[in-house]
Design a binder for this molecule. Structure first.
Ligand code: 0RQ
Length: 501
């Protein structure tokens, strides 16, 4: 018997990754586990990519569609993209090879709000899900699954797929058992009921994934670590952004608009998000809670120090040091970390009810506060919208943060008009750069423009933005949201022609 595969009925379905990969035919929709580099299958996608390449080498077509929780790793997205094995990818990726294939038109990509994915699959909006490939930490006697370091859409993939392939990863701590909260109460309209969660750390589900045994066609054993994330020590720019946000929190507490321990925090991915958590860890606020998608090192540090009482998320996304800290003290962290399905971690109903403070990164904002989170120069995808929209629209307060310039100052992150819109001005309340913080609550578009330019634009671009705004105001056209149409995207155009905005 195998310590991780306790279910006797599954023992004879254990096979190699190569054998399991051959059970995935061309043309199918495959739901894979994985969220921000955690909990993705590690052996089957590699074996499948090898298989696809050999079929291609014989001059025959072979492609599958890949649905996940969010981003995975080079061993999944990278290898399958490399062999042109992906027809359609959804809902979020951050892989360099994937990105290149998408931007050169060789791969379709559907970028959707992460809270929408499970329900759209249930509605049948994406077509039929054929196969699920799910990483787990173990299988119980009765076949229930101990989830890995992310939950993502695994519940939905298992429920919706005709066939399920399981990867059991021996590298994962067996003590992950009990950290997860899988909610089986979602129904489809018109039969939906309220989700009875009133606290961010409230358990509403069960610690295991259910899976009918007859669906499981293969079990593959692995022994690999998750993608290792690298976080840089917060630089001067991130520290200044964090400082502005902390000062703003103090002001809001003093004004009675936030309780002393704030409201549950959501924080996006990347270094700036991590720096804001580092700032909070040194700041005055105590007894904080997080209701977020991803737990990065910054939040782990806050749990360790006691500043953060609990964190609810759908995935862990840690550095090598972070992972070691978690595993060494997992009994401590299991009491304080809760991993949910992403339909619940990002649920608009809960985000609104709990009053989440949403802090997300962006690529650029325009002078009216429309935000582009996903596209470089209007047409090339970077990553995807991820959960930023789930939290930004429905949260209590919605922050978007960025350095005021990119590419050594050649690009202004504040532009006359964004080259792509992910978050409209209606969903964006507070913009922060290292220059300062623009509080847009209660302002009209012309007031917002002044506030953003004065507080957030880099000094090198301030005069040009003010000049644009003034000429737009005096253009003789409607001036509710003033624009000079022929110039609105001229900054991007100039960058492409001259290398400088
Ligand atoms: O590119 O590395 O080639 O130089 O964009 O920029 O400054 O490192 O910022 O890592 O915080 O990412 C919006 C992409 C910001 C991220 C985004 C270039 C810049 C660099 C990255 P290089 P930084 P970050 C929860 C929430 C959407 C999903 C989300 C993101 C690269 O935050 O994906 O919020 N958000 N999810 O040089 C041209 C500009 C630019 C620019 C930056 N204005 N023009 N290039 N760059 N600004 C998590 C999930 O949902 C999973």
């Amino acid at each position: 018997t195998n310590s991780r595969i306790k279910c006797a009925a599954l023992q004879n379905r254990v096979m190699s990754a190569d054998e399991a990969a051959k059970l995935i035919p061309s043309g199918v929709n495959v739901g894979m586990s994985g969220f921000t580099g955690a909990g993705y299958p590690k052996a089957i996608p590699l074996a499948l990519a090898k298989h696809i390449k050999s079929v291609h080498d014989q001059g025959k077509p072979f492609r599958i569609s890949v649905w996940t929780g969010a981003s995975t790793a080079p061993e999944l997205d990278g290898v399958l993209a490399e062999v042109d094995g992906i027809e359609m990818r959804l809902p979020y990726q951050s892989d360099p090879v994937c990105r290149q294939k998408i931007n050169s038109g060789q791969m379709n990509y559907m970028d959707i709000h992460l809270s929408h994915v499970a329900q759209f699959a249930w509605f049948g909006f994406f077509g039929k899900l054929d196969i699920a490939v799910i990483e787990v930490a173990g299988i119980l006697e009765d076949g229930r699954l101990i989830p890995a370091a992310s939950v993502g859409n695994n519940k939905t993939w298992i429920d919706q797929a005709d066939k399920v392939i399981i990867e059991v990863n021996h590298k994962l701590s067996e003590k992950l058992e009990g950290m997860h909260d899988i909610y089986y109460g979602t129904a489809l309209p018109p039969n939906r009921k309220p989700i009875m969660m009133a606290e961010p750390d409230q358990r509403i589900g069960e610690p295991y994934l259910r899976c009918p045994l007859d669906k499981i066609i293969a079990v593959v054993e692995t022994n690999e670590t998750d993608r290792v994330n690298k976080f840089t020590e917060p630089d001067e720019t991130s520290k200044r952004i964090a400082k502005h946000i902390l000062a703003f929190f103090s002001q809001e507490v003093a004004a009675g608009r936030l309780p002393k321990n704030l409201l549950p925090l959501q924080s996006g991915v990347g270094n700036i998000a991590n720096a804001v958590m580092a700032g909070l860890n040194e700041g005055e606020f105590e007894n904080l809670k997080a209701f977020t998608e991803v737990i990065q090192d910054g939040m782990l540090d806050m749990i360790k120090s006691g500043k953060l009482v609990s964190a609810s998320a759908t995935a862990l996304s840690l550095s090598a040091d972070g992972l070691k800290e978690l595993n060494d003290n997992i009994d401590f962290y299991r009491e304080r970390i809760l991993l949910r399905t992403q339909e619940i971690s990002n649920h608009p109903e809960i985000v609104r009810r709990l009053g989440i403070i949403a802090i997300n990164g962006m690529i650029e904002a325009d002078i009216y506060g429309n935000v582009n989170s996903t596209h470089i120069m209007g047409s090339s995808i970077m990553n995807g919208i991820g959960g930023s929209g789930d939290f930004a629209r429905n949260g209590y307060m919605s922050f978007f943060v960025t350095p005021s310039t990119a590419k050594d100052g050649a690009i202004s992150a504040i532009v006359p008009m964004v080259s792509h819109v992910d978050h409209t001005e209606h969903d964006v309340q507070i913009i922060v750069t290292e220059q300062g913080l623009a509080d847009l609550r209660g302002l009209s578009p012309r007031q917002r423009a002044i506030c953003i330019i004065e507080n957030c634009a880099h000094p090198d671009y301030k005069a040009a933005l003010l000049d644009y705004f003034e000429r737009a105001c005096n253009s003789g056209r409607g001036i509710h949201t003033p624009h000079v149409l022929s110039e609105a995207l001229s900054w991007h155009d100039r960058y492409e022609k001259t290398g400088h905005m």
